[in-house]
Design a binder for this molecule. Structure first.
Ligand code: IMP
Ligand code: MG
Length: 181
């Protein structure tokens, strides 16, 4: 069985995603043109598709690093309890950090990561999220770059999962509620 029948509605097609991610890459390339040591920090696992595409639309040199934090279990809302499962491989002392996230929801994850990383003497820390669900925010954290504002629905594809499935859908769609209810 394919995955398509679990999708209620396609929100962003492959084409729409590529167009928007290209714009983000171009904007980041302009904004960081004169900066030395720019590092994209991908938050695993949701970032992997977005970061692979975004990084190829960025035309300035930059390093790639990754972190993994636990936030969601099998459910569809954040536990609020964040824990680092995999830390950065390299130091960010003096670096311009761009956190690359799949979706900014409650803000728990990004609020926590910004606090944790802010004591490591980065030159700057910004957030680039593909999707932003501002209605669900409970922490005062905002995206510096975002691809799309999404309604309060559970979405999957292009890296985003439900219970570790659907990450490999090439588009972003709203998951049918009966799948997780
Ligand atoms: P936050 O800590 O509540 O902002 O949640 C951020 C994380 O929750 C993201 O990195 C996602 O892994 C997950 N998440 C939040 N909303 C969705 C969604 O609609 N689909 C898939 N994952 C989501
Ligand atoms: Mg997830």
């Amino acid at each position: 069985m394919g995955m398509d029948q679990d999708i209620a509605e396609v929100l962003y097609s492959e084409k729409q995603l590529q167009r928007r991610v290209a714009e983000l890459g171009a904007q980041i390339s302009r904004d960081y043109e004169d900066k030395e040591d720019v590092v994209l920090v991908g938050i695993l696992r949701g970032c992997y598709v977005f970061m692979a595409d975004l990084s190829r639309y960025i035309t300035i040199p930059c390093r790639m690093d990754f972190m993994s934090v636990s936030s969601y279990g099998k459910g569809t809302s954040s536990s609020g309890q964040i824990e680092i499962k995999k830390d950065l491989s390299d130091t960010i002392n003096g670096s311009h950090v761009i956190l690359v996230e799949d979706i900014l929801d409650s803000g728990n994850t990004m609020d926590y990561l910004k606090k944790v990383l802010s004591v490591r003497n980065a030159a700057s820390i910004r957030i680039c999220t593909l999707l932003d669900k501002p209605e669900r925010r409970t922490k005062p954290v905002a995206a510096d770059y975002y691809g799309f504002l999404v309604p309060d629905a559970f979405v999957v594809g292009y890296g985003l999962d439900y219970a570790e499935k659907y990450r490999n859908l090439p588009y972003i769609g709203i998951l049918k509620p009966e799948i997780y209810e």
